[in-house]
Design a protein around this ligand. Sequence first.
Ligand code: NAP
Length: 252
Amino acid sequence: MATKSTSGVVVTGGASGIGRACAQAVAEQGRAVAIWDLDPAKAEATAAEIASETGVATFGRGIDVTRTADFDAAIDATREAIGEIGGLVHAAGTVRAQSIGQLDEAGWDFVLNVNLRAFPLLVQALHADLKASPGASVVGIASIEAWVGNEAIPAYCASKAGMLGAVRSMSHRLAPDDIRVNAICPGFIETPMLAPSLAAPGVREEFSAASPMGRIGRPSEIGEPAAFLLGNAASFITGQSLIVDGGVLAIV
Ligand code: NAP
């Protein structure tokens, strides 16, 4: 049965990098978007830019996704601003370089709380809205580090692998409600998060060479697959993770 995919989409981390590109790609399909990000000014400015570039309704909201008590007010304000909510992208993310020997509880919890814990709690808070929106879809932005171990960032690797488990579990629970749940696992993408690493001598060359395509990815190369998974063209895809890495994991 054909379902519509014209409802609005909430994008956490939507004011920067991959989240912004997801919001842009969704807006280019004519769908309203809500940019949720830590800095209210950045969220509002990004929403205004996307509205002026695409003509769709947008809304910017400052929110810390670890503060679950703020979710309901943000959802109410979003619904009021852009109408029906039929999609979520959880792109808000963070990383701390703390390997074994350097771990502390606060650092571990910080990464897990933003990247993983917020995700199912956001889906739960949006459940009624998503259920009321035919063909609703959720996309978690995971990482290739859900699949391979990076010794420097165990909390990050655990958060992203955990996201894939949450995707599979939620896809089961939410399928009867006509809500699909998937993840994208990006490789190396040119964003502010990766910028400090890329600035170190030789790292840009090393990351580029890890891909048989010989380059770092563009944020839009994650945004477009996210818009696909959010839309009706992906109407039979749920519980999956799509690796979008320029072939990094395909080679040794
Ligand atoms: P980015 O440019 O730093 O964007 C992340 C956004 O999330 C920022 O605007 C950040 O705000 C926001 N954010 C952080 N903590 C938040 C919180 N508690 N509540 C709300 N917003 C919060 O990074 P990116 O590279 O686009 O990353 C997006 C997602 O892709 C992340 O989940 C990341 O793990 C994942 N990813 C990235 C790559 C890559 O190579 N870039 C590869 C694989 C996966 P502030 O800037 O104010 O902190």
